[in-house]
Design a protein around this ligand. Structure first.
Ligand SMILES: Cc1ncc(COP(=O)(O)O)c(C=O)c1O
Length: 405
């Protein structure tokens, strides 16, 4: 008789993990407030409040709420005057926007490999990609785990490069007590539906540089100069990337839930890490005392088929899902994406740029063999929820004879 749920056995878990997003009467009241105010669009009180609140929360002097975490990256790049002919160093293990934003700004993305045991950009591998055209490094705090910002800032300072933190997944994360997005020249956040702070869509730019803030604000607001200009004056080349009052109203309320949700995620993640350490064919990501807060947008661990009788990661994930545990293999290699090979991309990229033969070892392993994702909402429940994850993995390991090797 089969024991694994994928083969008809009883699953480890039949109940759902906590639902996401979490909301209540306060969100309803906030939406009604906006409805009745009659100010739904441009820069009303909710957006003003959120700009101040979120920038302060992330430890940055200035903040601009925008439509999403993709345009926020594009705006920062343009505000730093990064464009045609310039290169930006990015990791390939990230959401498409980190890379597409560079192309949308007219610049060329240059891929640097990730660390095998953190899945974040490897600072030691950045320098070899720096050329006379390099203008910025764009580290991504994957899953809410801060990158090694000390090492990245050191390389950037040595070569006089900007550091743009893609903190889309790292709201509230901290590196040595400093909040993500306040460490480099600018930070970019996303409030898309899956994120730890969400309004369905939304984004944010943080910076401590007043002049950069002014330029970002102007670009997101059709190139207007809000200090001295008239409404129909457009001294800068901008776009409309403004956040609506609806989004900001929801975010102002969601912020009240953020810290307690974070505490729960961190507690559950620590417990799950202890449990996963018992299992020989998986590895948790490297611990680093300098990470004073991991936001755990994702809980990522590594899977080793060779230590589990050759059962592929895909088969393992299918079996884990059947046991009632939501999970995913995560990102694909961005340097293999069609967007980099489109006719328009070819006109944008620096002459001679080709990603066809690129093969970055740790990215290949993370994307194709080892990476396993669990999602932030799964960490909002109890230790029993974490036990189910570990028990399901152990059960699969004990019954690999039921799976094709
Ligand atoms: C690392 C990273 N960068 C950028 C983005 C883009 O954010 P948005 O979906 O709000 O445009 C995301 C969102 O998924 C992300 O995870």
């Amino acid at each position: 008789m089969s024991l694994l749920a994928i083969n008809g056995g009883a699953p480890v878990r039949e109940t759902a993990y906590p639902k996401w997003p979490v909301y209540g009467d306060k969100e309803r009241e906030a939406l009604n407030r906006v409805l009745e105010s009659g100010v739904w669009g441009t820069l009303g009180n909710e957006v003003k409040e959120f700009n101040k609140r979120f920038a302060e929360y992330q430890g940055a002097k200035y903040g601009v709420a925008v439509a999403n975490g993709t345009v926020s990256l594009e705006i920062i790049l343009r505000a730093l005057e990064i464009g045609p002919g310039d290169e930006v160093i990015v990791p390939p293990y990230t959401f498409n926007a980190t890379v597409s934003s560079v192309l949308m700004a007219g610049a060329t993305p240059v891929f640097a490999d990730i660390e095998a045991d953190t899945f974040n950009i490897d600072p030691a591998g950045i320098e070899k990609h720096i050329t006379e055209y390099t203008k910025a490094i764009m580290p991504v705090h994957i899953g809410g785990r801060p990158c090694d910002m000390d090492a990245i800032l050191a390389v950037a300072a040595k070569h006089r490069l900007f550091v743009i933190e893609d903190a889309a997944q790292a709201c509230a994360a901290q590196w040595k007590g400093a909040k993500a997005g306040s460490i480099g020249d600018a930070g970019s956040f996303s409030f898309q539906a899956s994120k730890n702070l969400t309004a369905g869509e939304g984004g944010f730019i943080t910076t401590n540089d007043e002049a950069l803030y002014d330029r970002c604000f102007s670009i997101h607001h059709c190139g207007r100069d809000m200090k001295n200009g008239l409404w129909y004056d457009h001294p800068h080349l901008g776009t409309n990337a403004r956040m609506t009052e609806w989004q900001a109203a929801i975010l102002n309320v969601q912020m009240e839930r953020l810290d307690s949700q974070l505490e729960t995620r961190m507690d559950n993640a620590a417990y799950l890490t202890r449990r996963l350490k018992e299992i020989p064919f998986v590895a948790t990501l490297r611990e680093d005392e300098r990470i004073t807060r991991n936001a755990y947008h994702l809980y990522i661990f590594r899977y080793f088929a060779d230590k589990n009788r050759g059962v592929t990661r895909e088969k393992f994930l299918e079996a884990l899902k059947a046991e009632g545990i939501p999970c995913a293999p995560g990102y694909v290699r961005l340097y293999r994406q069609g967007m980099l090979r489109s006719p328009l991309a070819k006109r944008i990229l620096r002459p001679g740029t080709s990603y066809d033969n690129l093969l970055l070892e740790n990215t290949e392993k993370a994307c194709c063999e080892e990476g396993v994702w669990l999602f932030q909402y799964m960490l909002l429940g109890t230790h029993k929820d974490m036990d189910d994850i570990a028990d399901a993995i152990i059960k699969i390991g004990e019954n690999t004879d039921e799976l094709p090797g």
